[in-house]
Design a protein around this ligand. Structure first.
Ligand code: SF4
Length: 128
């Protein structure tokens, strides 16, 4: 199991509380742009799953980035679940699911890190 991608849900209660927060822990060699947290598909998906499980939105989605640089630091970025971004993600999931059912290729919509580490990157016309 790769704990780098394991989200932390801080509530198991039916009662609403300030502890309704989702943490995503990452490691990286550089700090992330401040606005990247609100576009983070993993956090949006975790927020949606949280809503499905607990019947309410999380108070905060928090990305903790442990920066492995010469001077290591911990960067904490926060956002809230945005209904528009949530709907866009669900639409994307629907399209990917349809492609899988049809056994059709659906390129990584974000590119970047995923494409950088993909073994098809050299031959894929969608690689970023
Ligand atoms: S390089 Fe192509 S196959 Fe690999 S993750 Fe990117 S889009 Fe997908």
């Amino acid at each position: 199991m790769n704990f780098q991608y394991l989200p932390i849900l801080t509530s198991n209660s039916k009662e609403k509380s300030n502890a309704d927060e989702i943490y995503e822990l990452k490691t990286g060699s550089s700090a992330m742009p401040e606005n990247s947290v609100s576009e983070n598909l993993q956090l949006i998906l975790y927020g949606w799953a949280y809503k499905m499980i607990y019947g309410r939105s999380p108070q905060k989605l928090i990305l903790v980035n442990m920066v492995r640089s010469k001077k290591p630091k911990i960067q904490v970025l926060e956002t809230m679940l945005d209904p528009v971004k949530e709907q866009k993600l669900l639409h994307l999931l629907f399209k990917v699911n349809e492609a899988i059912k049809k056994e059709a290729f659906y390129p990584n919509p974000k590119g970047g890190f995923g494409c950088n580490n993909c073994c098809y990157g050299l031959s894929c016309e969608y690689a970023f």
